[in-house]
Design a protein around this ligand. Structure first.
Ligand code: NAD
Ligand code: ZN
Length: 358
């Protein structure tokens, strides 16, 4: 299965399926200039499982290096970014070198940002290993976190290719399956009512997520992402809809402490809050109860931890990149498949957040 992502700056394939990673040598051979050195960037969990496999694909290539860091959201730090750059310089990487991002969204985001800035930019390939990464590996947003906010330092930088080997997903722990599934549901809600209906009728719990169904989820998710990004690579308009659930989601990640709540769980809770606010604006929507029921079946959180206050969350939400002149802008849902970006007054946010504590 090959899905082409077409943006203003680049067109590249997403190869999705069993054994997609075996295409790596072929993709590298197609580079305009054969890479002089290859730097594999990954985390320790993924390295234990799949680094040898990727290195085996690269036999015959000289100058293959790997940089392995401790897994988790905390790795998207300036310190780690600097450490990778130092490693790349010490190993003598040059402008003709290439980066392979082997892992989930954390690896893809930081490795992509390293590639986008090392010597003003060298090519990179995404080799996603989580369900969540069907979202993060496509579209070219790469970034690290700052203590003052998620993904605050980054760039738009497209990969040469995305090799999405679904074999790798078999070892994902359940919480990571759930986290990635949140972005699948998001793609259905923002873009495609039929896909959303298919999800809730076919996947009643995470145990229903067989390989066949998972492939349907990933294929649809990647296609929707590719479609949205194609028309607005740098997010001057419609791309913002992919942020559905993320204004609160990112705030929760930052307020709980990076890594304390998974990205997907944060987004899932953020989708509930955005839906609640939407219902206040569009009373005919009536979606929240359905989502709440479904969230319980999947195991997503439906309440906010008492350790963080609504005011604290409001402050974090104001640091969002969509904030303009101190006004929070959120993606709201009018009906399934139809969302838009709107300014939401602070008091509406506080009032809504208060409904999510027990
Ligand atoms: P992650 O990369 O931390 O992976 C989750 C955990 O699963 C890690 O502990 C990892 O070691 C482990 N893991 C990865 N693959 C595995 C496998 N095949 N088997 C067993 N364990 C495996 O997190 P994630 O959920 O993939 O990504 C979250 C990040 O993605 C967040 O930082 C988020 O901001 C970012 N993101 C970016 C975009 C984008 O457009 N750039 C979009 C969505 C999310
Ligand atoms: Zn996300």
């Amino acid at each position: 299965q090959e899905i082409i992502v077409q943006t203003d700056t680049k067109s590249y394939p997403v190869l999705l399926g069993n054994g997609a990673s075996t295409q790596l040598p072929i993709i590298l051979e197609k580079f305009k200039k054969k890479p002089s050195q290859i730097l594999i960037i990954t985390d320790d969990s993924v390295a234990n499982l799949y680094l040898a496999d990727i290195k085996a694909q690269l036999k015959g290539w000289e100058n293959v290096h790997s940089f392995v860091f401790a897994n988790g959201e905390k790795a998207k730090s300036f310190e780690n970014y600097y450490a990778i750059q130092s490693y790349a310089l010490e190993k003598g990487l040059d402008r003709q070198s290439a980066v392979l991002a082997l892992g989930g969204g954390v690896v893809g985001d930081i490795a992509g940002f390293v590639a986008s800035t090392f010597m003003r930019g060298i090519p990179f390939i995404q080799i996603p290993t989580t369900i969540l990464a069907h979202d993060s590996a496509v579209g070219g947003k790469v970034a690290i976190n700052h203590p003052l906010g998620k993904n605050m330092i980054g760039s738009f930088y497209q990969p040469e290719a995305v090799l999405y080997d679904v074999n790798y997903l078999k070892t994902l722990p359940k919480e990571e399956v759930r986290s990635g599934f949140a972005e699948v549901i998001k793609h259905g809600l923002i873009w495609d009512r039929n896909f959303f209906n298919w999800i809730i009728s076919e996947i009643k719990s995470l145990d229903d997520l067989t390989m066949d169904r998972l492939l349907v989820c990933l294929e649809n998710g990647v296609k929707i992402k590719a479609e949205v990004v194609a028309d607005d690579e740098k997010e001057t308009g419609q791309r913002a809809i992919l942020n559905f659930g993320h204004t609160l989601g990112h705030a929760l990640e930052a307020a709980y402490g990076y890594g304390k709540i998974s990205h997907g769980d944060g987004v899932a809770l953020g989708i509930l809050a955005a839906t609640r606010i939407s219902e206040k604006l569009y009373p005919e929507l009536r979606l929240l109860d359905e989502l709440l029921g479904y969230w319980k079946h999947i195991g997503f959180p439906t309440t906010i931890d008492k350790s963080v206050s609504p005011l604290e969350l409001l402050d974090w939400m104001k640091k969002d990149k969509k904030t303009k002149q101190n006004h929070i802008h959120m993606v709201l849902i009018q009906e399934i498949g139809k969302v838009n970006l709107q300014s939401v007054p602070d008091d509406v946010i506080i009032e809504t957040l208060n409904e999510f504590y027990v």
